[in-house]
Ligand binder design. Sequence first.
Ligand code: FE2
Length: 304
Amino acid sequence: MSNEKVSFVSEGAGIIPREVARFLSANKDAVIERALEKADASWKEIELVSFSQGPGIGNCLQVGLDAVREIGGKKKIPVVGVNHCCAHLEIGRLVTRARDPVLLYASGANTQIIAFEGRRYRVFGETLDVGIGNLLDKFARHLDLGFPGGPKLQELYYQATPEDFVPLPYTVKGMDLTFSGILTKAKQLADSKKYSKAALAYSLQEVVFAMLVEVSERALAHCAKDELLLGGGVACSKILQEKARIMCEERGARLFVPENALLVDNAAMIAWQGVLQKKAASRDYSALTIRPYERTDDVQAFWR
Ligand code: FE2
C-alpha cells in the first residue's frame, strides 16, 4: 500500500481557497507518481480511482475531480466519488476491526460524533462553530507556537500540573459543542500575562477534550453501542486518547485508535471508501460532481 500526500501550509493566519487549489494543481501529478512508485504498481494494475466529493473547499475538491476525470478518461479506469467523513469511519473500521463504532471525528475543519443508524451515518453531535483543530491552531498561533499547533500545545500540556488549571467556558449544548467563545476567553487570559503558556495550554486541552469525550459517551449510551473509534488529525492527541480510554474503560466499551497516518486526512481512506462503494453497486455508483456542503447524514450508506 502507498498512502502519499502533499499538504498546503499557509504563511498567514488563514488560507485563500484559490491559492490552495493552485498548489494542489501544481503538485497532484508528482503525488500520484510517487504513490504508484511506492506501491510498485503500474497503471495497468489500477482497477479503480476514488476521489473526495466533499465536504470541503469547492476550489480544492474541483482539482481532485478534474484529476480523476482525466485519469478515468485517458486510462479507462472507473472513478468513484466518496464522502470524506464516511471515509474516516470506514478506514478506521478496516484497520482496527471495530464492528459498529461511534466515531469521534475531530479535525481542523470538522468535529462530529457519528454512528451508523437506519442505513446512514448519522451525526449525533457536532460543533456549532469552528472545528476543534481550528481552535487549537488559532490559540497556538496566538501563543506564537507556529503551525501545526497541536503537537506544541500537547508538549506544553505535559509541562503543567492540575494546580495550573485556569477555568474556561465549558460549552456543551445538548449533544453539540461550541469552541469560539472558549478561544476568545483563552486569548484574553493569554493577553493578561497572568498565566504561563503551559497553564493555558493545559487548561484549554483539559476543557475541550473533556467536552468531546462527554458527548461521545452520551452517543455511545444513546445508540447502545460499545465501541468508540477515533478519527481526524486532532485524534492524534495523546491527551484526547487517554481521556477517551478512561471513559471507555469506565463504561466497559472498547476504544479503537488507528495509526496517525490513517487518523489525519489521507489518500488510503478515500481509496478504501471507493472500493467499498464499487463492491456494493455494480453501476452508476457515483455521479462525477463535487459536493462541498455534503453532510455525513445526507449519504445513503449502501455499502454496509
Ligand atoms: Fe478529515
